[in-house]
Design a protein around this ligand. Structure first.
Ligand code: SIN
Length: 498
């Protein structure tokens, strides 16, 4: 059996390692193996491993934060498999932080009702996970190819049978697993690496797969913004007691939610945005300087150094923060076995929509999802069952001309930031869609092979954001500020047949 894995974060490498036990595996990575959202993860990975915790409680917390759109089966798969996924990561060599007595150290983050976030190297969890995975990959028999962009999936008689790369190479396989990661780099201000342009969603969509809920983009509440960059300030700081203040120095989250700074992420991001608007400011302040400086340097070495390099000292006083594009809840629809609606095509990690996150992902559930569902997908490939049944509900279709493409990634990012960002309204979204139409009428000028894919994923986000005339989870419509019960459903998207 031959398996192609596209992507080199936790989902991709974990899948490749498992698949190499029974198949010939090729792993394709668009950039260097480490240029992933996994590598950048700070806070950690959530799992019910504490004596007082259990997967049902983890599931309840996840569902409560998901704003009505979590799929309970997916959530229970996520939290139920969680402890086993952690055991596997330990076996792969990830050294999670431990307390003096040797027990795993567990942190608190927003919406979790008990400390359940494992971390490594303080706030360098992603670096530790990624490097353990890369080390294990080097030891096993996987054909690893970096700096290869997949430009198309090959579908024959309705089945995905391989890929075409930007070098026009054809690679055939019995199964293709998309693990291409997130789409944050469709935005100018993002915590994601530059290659996180949502390629997997566009590839799957063009191959006929169902895409679900693309409008749900999570903006992390606290990033340190530079001119064209956003450095993540982990939610784990708020878990340790960091507070948010407005321009007058007041703690505004106390009035917003009983859990204050540890409310679900969409609630905090929205409150920060509204506070910035009221204060006519481009940031609010985050303060953890009341804690001991040595403790902060040890617990948050990555944030401490990263902020210091940008001229901010978290031990000395408040620092300025603002929301930035961080995580894509929407993605390629899969069942709990990682199967898409196209036979032979699987998806896991951030590019997938398993239903585990609903409209608002809980902090540190994403690494867990990558670990759990990549293992499940490889299990399904080994057993070779059919595709996922298409989800029930109204299916929207979208025409797409293959050559339709933004003139540059910068133009695309500016459009997404300005018109399809953390706050949205009908006029802005329509304006964005008009630009997409203009671009598809223009002859392509791009050289970046993933720009057509990025443009398609961006357009799906904008189309779905316009359709959803309510605010829910990470989707905030200024012209429809409340939840609408008639929108208590997923949005489903499929390629229109000519
Ligand atoms: C963080 O450390 O705040 C990010 C963790 C996550 O997005 O799950």
């Amino acid at each position: 059996m031959r398996i192609l894995v596209i992507g080199s974060g936790l989902a991709g490498i974990n899948a490749a390692l498992l698949a190499s036990e029974f198949a010939d595996v090729t792993l394709l990575s668009k950039g260097p193996l480490e240029q992933t959202n996994t590598q950048r993860a700070q806070g950690g990975i959530a799992a019910a491993v504490a004596a007082l915790d259990d997967p049902r409680r983890h599931a309840e917390d996840t569902i409560r934060a998901g704003a009505g759109l979590c799929d309970p089966d997916a959530v229970h798969a996520l939290t139920g498999d969680g402890p086993e996924a952690i055991e596997r990561l330990l076996q792969l060599g990830v050294e999670f932080d431990r307390k003096a007595d040797g027990a795993l150290a567990l942190a608190t983050e927003g919406a979790h009702t008990i400390p359940r976030v494992l971390h490594a190297g303080g706030d360098r969890t992603g670096v530790h996970i990624q490097s353990a995975l890369v080390a294990r990959l080097a030891e096993c028999d996987v054909d690893v190819r970096t700096h290869v962009t997949v430009s198309e999936l090959i579908v024959e008689a309705g089945r995905c049978v391989g890929v075409v790369t930007d070098g026009r190479e054809t690679l055939l396989a019995d199964a293709v697993l998309l693990a291409t990661g997130g789409a944050g780099a469709l935005y100018r201000t993002t915590t994601n690496p530059a290659n996180a342009t949502g390629d997997g969603i566009a590839l799957a969509f063009r191959a006929g797969a169902v895409v679900r809920d693309p409008e749900f983009v999570q903006f992390h509440p606290t990033a340190l913004l530079g001119a064209n960059s956003a450095f993540l300030i982990s939610e784990a700081l708020r878990g340790e007691g960091a507070v948010l203040r407005n321009a007058a120095g007041e703690r505004f989250m106390i009035q917003v939610h009983p859990d204050a700074e540890l409310a679900p992420r969409s609630v905090v991001a929205r409150a920060i945005t509204e506070t910035m608007h009221r204060d006519d400011a481009d940031h609010v302040m985050l303060d953890i300087s009341h804690l001991d400086a040595d403790f902060l340097r040890e617990r948050f070495p990555g944030v401490y150094r990263g902020a210091l390099n940008r001229g901010h000292d978290i031990t000395a006083g408040p620092i300025s923060v603002a929301p930035a594009a961080h995580y894509h809840m929407g993605g390629v629809y899969t069942d709990v076995a990682g199967r898409t609606t196209v036979p032979g095509l699987y998806a896991a990690g951030e590019c997938a929509s398993t239903g585990a996150h609903g409209a608002n992902r809980v902090a540190s559930n994403s690494l867990l999802e990558a670990a759990v569902f990549s293992s499940r997908a490889i299990d399904a490939i080994r057993r070779e069952p059919g595709p996922a049944r298409a989800p029930s509900g109204e299916m929207r279709t979208l025409h797409w001309r293959l050559e339709g493409c933004a003139p540059s990634l910068e133009r695309l990012q500016a459009t997404m930031n300005d018109l399809v960002g953390i706050t949205r309204n009908e006029a802005g979204l329509q304006n964005a869609l008009d630009r997409f139409s203009e671009w598809s009428a223009e002859p392509p000028t791009q050289v970046d092979p993933s720009l057509p894919l990025a443009t398609l994923t961006a357009r799906l986000i904008a189309e779905a954001a316009l359709q959803r005339t309510e605010s829910r989870g990470g989707h905030l419509r200024l012209d429809h500020p409340g939840e609408d019960p008639t929108w208590h459903r997923h949005s489903l998207w499929q390629l229109a047949r000519e």
